[in-house]
Ligand binder design. Sequence first.
Ligand SMILES: NC(=O)c1ccc[n+]([C@@H]2O[C@H](COP(=O)([O-])OP(=O)(O)OC[C@H]3O[C@@H](n4cnc5c(N)ncnc54)[C@H](OP(=O)(O)O)[C@@H]3O)[C@@H](O)[C@H]2O)c1
Length: 275
Amino acid sequence: MNPSIKVTILGPTGRLGRAICEAVLDAPGMQLVGAIVRAESPRVGQDIGEMLGRAPHGCLASVSFEESVANSDIVIDASLPAMTVSVAERMAVLPHHCCLVTGVTGFKPGQLERLATASRRVPILMTGNFSLGIAVIEALVEQAAALPAKDWDIEITETHHRLKTDAPSGTALLLGRAAAKARGVDLDRTAIWSREGVTGTRKPGQIGFAVSRGGSVVGEHAVRFLAELEELTISHRAYDRNVFARGAIAAAHWMCHGGKGREAGLYSMQDVVRV
Ligand SMILES: NC(=O)c1ccc[n+]([C@@H]2O[C@H](COP(=O)([O-])OP(=O)(O)OC[C@H]3O[C@@H](n4cnc5c(N)ncnc54)[C@H](OP(=O)(O)O)[C@@H]3O)[C@@H](O)[C@H]2O)c1
């Protein structure tokens, strides 16, 4: 039997981080060895089991990132972009081979470049959505945009809870990129991020986005392909945040690859569902 996978979690106090901590604690063959919080966090030193309302676990919320990584096979990141970039760069100069799985969204172009540079030394799996269902519809969108719906108008809609701070969601961007890639165009040049006032008519080839925020919606996405005589909609709805936690566990298993760990490079959930 493979020894258990040792996991450090970044951002264990957040909504996603808590769900991932619970999933790691419940996952056979996984061991939570580190939980990294902000230096100013009131949680520093608190037992993660107790933080989650469970029995004490022995893993304490800490700020000692390098120490945790030295003892880990994988870091699962549920923090925010600046933290992700900083830890990826710190991992790139550490001698210990450790993979990074990040579910964080809202990176600026410069931050994405820095992550790509870090991935020359560190195996990094990045995804705007850990759900296996989203990974499947990403492939379907790519297929539809390339073939049956190659001239159809594409509109992407998403709804999330009122506390989400970035828009459009990382998942909407991921689906937009899949459609743009299939059509051989650059999303940033074809996207219409919002519409207001006298917009003029829709130009061929545009990929439109519309965003709603409210309540406690975990995540809803739809990609509509609109033609004159018919419409195709590919949609996904997450009922529970645990869907992301389960996907994060699947991604972590895939990255650890039977204990060896993937080679340095950038990976996505497409790699995980392709297996
Ligand atoms: N890929 C997916 O499937 C998926 C699903 C849901 C969400 N997300 C993304 O995951 C990210 C987190 O979402 P969330 O809803 O969990 O947000 P959240 O509740 O605001 O949690 C953010 C976490 O990051 C921590 N943090 C913030 N700044 C930090 C820093 N400088 N150093 C260390 N930790 C820091 C926060 O710590 P404090 O509690 O101390 O502030 C908290 O634990 C977002 O980018 C979101 O879009 C991805």
